[in-house]
Design a protein around this ligand. Structure first.
Ligand code: PEP
Length: 248
């Protein structure tokens, strides 16, 4: 039985004060029965982590660099994240792949470093609209899953896949329940082939892309949708917690 996981990706939003306020509001009303997490901007991780300290809300990071330390100006290592009590970290978010030009090779290196560091790896995959229209969704998602090292990743509880169709992110146009379930089922069968049935059964597959309180119930009711990665709607405690409520 997979516990649903609702994670907020705050992207490059909030101020220090508003991040603390948001974290406190989420922590205060976080009810049991579902796993919750928030990924604030790097510079607010420490403050947000302190605001979440006695709560069950997991602290997450939006990215990490794969090298341990050294001359990598502007980058943040997995060890630095762990120093701040970060428990999960995203890789392969579409904004990093497409707006910031990260290659699949780099995403794979980052995924390996995050997993090796002991964090929960939230690996994001998803197609652009033209790829969907050209019938390339499933091969593309397969290629992005292949960025993960099969021989390295052995603990299904520390692997989370986020299916985020690029055309749905920040656009207000979510995938339908059936579109999400189709790709999630494909991801689970791809995990079965690459690892095994038991492993695939235990990996949580989140949907991301304009998930809001009014569409969350249908999406989260799908057999292979085990939670959500939430952008815009995670910036207000009320809507984030309403999505979590829909998943209970
Ligand atoms: C995201 O960026 O991961 C995301 C799902 O954004 P939004 O919910 O705003 O579409």
């Amino acid at each position: 039985m997979r516990t649903k996981f609702i994670a907020g990706n705050w992207k490059m939003n909030t101020t220090k004060a508003s991040a603390i306020e948001l974290a406190r509001a989420i922590a205060k009303d976080a009810a049991p029965g579902i796993d919750l997490g928030v990924a604030p901007p790097f510079v607010y991780l420490d403050a947000v982590g302190q605001s979440l300290a006695s709560s069950r809300v997991l602290l997450g990071a939006q990215d990490a660099y794969h090298e341990k330390n050294g001359a990598f100006t502007g980058e943040i290592s997995v060890e630095m994240l762990k120093d701040l009590n970060v428990k999960f970290c995203l890789t392969g978010h579409s904004e990093r792949r497409h707006a910031l030009g990260e290659s699949g090779d780099l995403v794979g290196k980052k995924a390996a470093a995050i997993y090796a560091g002991g964090l929960i790896l939230v690996h994001c995959v998803g197609e652009k609209l033209e790829q969907r229209d050209a019938g390339q969704t499933l091969p593309l998602v397969q290629a992005q899953l292949n960025e993960l090292n099969r021989d390295q990743v052995s603990d299904p509880e520390r692997l989370v896949i986020a299916y985020e169709p690029v055309w749905a992110i920040g656009t207000g146009r979510n995938a339908t329940d059936a579109q999400a379930q189709e790709v999630h089922a494909f991801i689970r069968s791809a995990l079965t082939k690459r690892w095994n049935n038991d492993f695939a059964d235990r990996v949580r597959i989140l949907y991301g892309g304009s998930m809001k309180p009014d569409n969350a119930k249908g999406l989260l009711a799908q057999k292979d949708v085990d939670g959500g990665l939430i952008g815009g709607a995670s910036l207000k405690a009320e809507s984030f917690l309403a999505i979590a409520q829909a998943g209970r």
